[in-house]
Design a protein around this ligand. Structure first.
Ligand SMILES: [Mg+2]
Length: 264
């Protein structure tokens, strides 16, 4: 808990951490106002690459949280950060929503639309517009030696009423089965690229960053893998029993995100 005092920049998961579906958890709007008053920086971090920054800004504003485009970090930002460093100027065949394609195009990458131009890479996102023909084309490119990578590996995206949507990880499983090949890299949480890009932006030491979230295998693993403070909140999926069962031990466990104020 003492380590919370040193945190200058908090990364918040959204669903299950600050809201549930379309309902803000109690006290959260005031919580963010107080954090700002106390000079703490915070970002909203999500693996869900099917939506763009403006979607999350609008959603947060509707819920009463004043957020700007640059406050939202999506796994698609980790993707362009990775590409800029490892595969600059690459031409991409993208299984992704128009929002993901827009983020990639804005970062200066060429998206190949036709079926005949060989791409440098195949990108797999949470493609809610996925069409069979495109999926088949992606598998053939991968067969022919084009490496593929993914924005994130979550298998299920929880939605209202306890339901879920098959997520990027499920699409990846299909591609892996069809091609027998593993992705080059999965850039979202729990990989390190989101931490790298934030450290670049704010010159933060690792001891000044914390990840606050409800999912052990993404949010908490992300904190632990990257040696930043990991804070599990019990308002979403993760439980203390599950943490024990999985052997994933958060640095801090709090009933709710708003409880952070007691320790800073
Ligand atoms: Mg969550």
């Amino acid at each position: 808990m003492n380590r919370l005092k040193d945190i200058k920049c908090f990364l918040f998961d959204m669903d299950g951490t600050i809201y549930l579906g379309n309902e803000l958890l109690p006290g959260v709007a005031d919580f963010f106002r107080t954090l700002r008053e106390r000079g703490k920086k915070f970002y909203f971090v999500t693996n869900n690459s099917s939506k763009g920054h403006s979607h999350y800004v609008e959603k947060l504003r509707k819920l009463g949280i004043d957020a700007q485009t640059e406050d939202i970090i999506i796994s698609s930002d980790a993707l362009t950060y990775y590409l800029d460093r490892e595969q600059p100027k690459s031409k991409l065949f993208v299984l992704g929503t128009p929002e993901l394609q827009e983020t990639i195009s804005k970062a200066g990458y060429t998206i190949i639309e036709d079926e005949t131009t060989r791409p440098d890479l195949v990108v797999v996102g949470f493609d809610m517009t996925l069409a069979y023909q495109k999926l088949a084309r992606a598998c053939r490119w991968i067969d022919q030696g084009v490496p593929y990578l993914a924005t994130h590996g979550d298998v299920r995206c929880p939605i209202e009423g306890g339901e879920y949507l098959p997520d990027s990880g499920a699409i990846l499983a299909l591609i892996k089965t069809a091609t027998g090949k593993e992705p080059l890299i999965i850039v979202g949480k729990p990989n390190h690229y989101i931490v790298d890009l934030l450290r670049d932006r704010g010159s933060y030491a690792r001891s000044e960053l914390a990840m606050v979230g409800d999912r052990l295998t993404t949010d908490i693993a992300f904190g632990l893998n990257n040696h930043i403070l990991s804070v599990l909140v019990l308002t979403g999926e993760g439980t203390v029993a599950e943490a024990d069962r999985l052997g994933i031990h958060p640095d801090v466990i709090l009933p709710r995100a708003v409880d952070i104020l007691k320790y800073i």
